[in-house]
Write a protein that binds this ligand. Sequence first.
Ligand code: ADP
Ligand code: MG
Length: 679
Amino acid sequence: MTLNEAIFRPVTALKGVGAKTAEALQSLGIYSIYDLLFYFPYRYDELENLPLDQLEDGQKVMLKGIVATNPYQNYFGYHKSRVSFKLRIDHDIIMVNFFNQPWLTKQLSVGQEIAVYGKYDLRKQSLSAYKLLANKNSDDGMAPIYSINRQIKQKKLQTMIDLAIAESMDEMGNAVPEDLRKHYRLMADQDLVIAMHHPKDLAEAKEARRSAVFREFFLFQMQLALMSSQNKSHSGYAKHYDLEEIGKLTKSLPFALSPDQKKVINEIFADMFVDQQMQRLLQGDVGSGKTVVAVFAIYGAVTAGYQAALMVPTEILANQHYHKISAMLEDFGVRVALLTGSTKTMERREIYKELADGSINVVIGTHALIQEQVAFKKLGLVIIDEQHRFGVVQRLALINKGDRPDILAMTATPIPRSLALTVYGDTALSEIRHLPAGRKPIKSYWKTSSQLDEVYSLMRQQLAEGFQIYAVTPLISESEMIDLENAEALHDRLAGEFPDQEVVLLHGKMAAADKEQIMDRFAAGEVDILVTTSVIEVGVDVANANLMVIFDADRFGLSQLHQLRGRIGRGQTQSYCVFLADPKTEAGKQRMKIVAETNDGFKLAEEDLKMRGEGDLFGKAQSGLPEFRTGSVVSDYQVMVVARDEAKRIVQADPDLKTEKLADLQAVIKYKKIVQARA
Ligand code: ADP
Ligand code: MG
């Protein structure tokens, strides 16, 4: 069975899906029937079907049986109703009670085979039923649960996915070539899709996941392999930068470059000087001084007669970088512009014009940089900060605005070398391992909530000395509303505890302009305690803030905790970080100990890896790794390695994927490209 391109038609082709639903689906990254089919559940509600004699009192369970008596309905209390009937399960009879679902009387009749889900009462031998399961022999034992947002309901998404499966069963084809599927015993796409959404049991769900992870990684690695084969020569342009000017830049800094910074700048300059395209990944802990390194690369490119672009994932970061970098370069006559989603139309047009005519040398911005209207006169250097936050296609969109420009990716979360190479392909690595001299290491503590008073008194002491504080609360739920409520509750608590201080809340739902204003006030020292979710992104730099208290710290990944901590310890004074957490598990306690004891991001990244399988250890957004929907780069690392090798082999043998047996793969990759460019 081969793939039918009709599968890529928009979701609106489905019955009952209109423009509004389509828009809601887009917020989940779902555009087409294909996207629906491969939008896999992140977990299942397991409705266990156990024999009666194994049930415990109060256990939630699915029971299958035959309706043995006519359901009867009675009313009690105020507007409350109960539908009751007897259910025969093999040789036993139990009582089933549904509350407030009076319509069920019409749907049930004696002799009918059904499955019900509810809570078992051992003494009364009865079930308080929650749910009549649609189809007695179906896979309802494992109900798929999808990741959703405020715009779309779980139930609705389930319905649409099932509709898509029913309609497009025969259109899927197979993205993974047959020989690979045979060799690694992977499911065909059709079986995979059905088993992922509606597994018969846990074993089948696991088996399906294995195939799904391979498929996901394989497609990712195919993209990488194709990209690198299309750019085999890595030819580029030699940049004859002005060493004298660069010397002046070095002298203008208020500090001496650290040995690691010097080493890394030399590596970059060596790459830029030759007529090959630079493809370098700069890894360095938060606060290690990557931004300064980027400034050198930028100034090098500018003195060689080229433009440079720096893309970062958030507006806060873009603003920060813009202020810092333009301050460092303005005395050298370099024109730096800022371009984000909030840049006003008039200003934006001016920037487009001046980028195209070359009068702007450097542009710093967010995704706004990859808009179609952005064109350069002579783009020679592309820097992508926190590169894992961008997809392959987004990175390419910026890179392709130049003619084979040099590429420098930066990440604050060091990941082990082997992993970096596997996930990012052919990249040269530069590392800043040591912080600039004179930095006082941050003192970190793990405290439990019973020690809250101690924490408050440390806060009081620091405030009395004129320092500022970050209070961070995690994003813990799938619902932004609840996260916001948590942050608000923390804000109110701290405002009550510190009535004479300026306590201000900053959260992700605020307008960009408001966020910026709060950050500006914080930087100016007008805010004493800044309460935030994890929106204080990598790179934010306020030297006078020297205490951070992270609430519910065990809800963050190790790497993310370390990232957050990196916001402080940037001035000359002693800084403190307090992890407040009451972890229940041994592993949780271990993690709190580790992060309080070590300040070395590389070590923490390795600890993260060692504890792989724990799943939640890598804070998602800031793990330094790209995100996958089904697979985990950490716990499924071996699969990634195999997928990479197979993808390379295929591209080597057939760089244009011309072979008939790769037709489906070709079609899926082409489609992925289109979607990623849209996101
Ligand atoms: P990163 O981007 O790696 O998180 P930054 O480049 O923002 O780090 O540097 C963090 C802080 O350290 C900045 O305030 C910067 O001015 C300062 N800094 C950078 N390099 C040095 C150095 N060699 N000596 C002293 N301070 C430095
Ligand atoms: Mg930085």
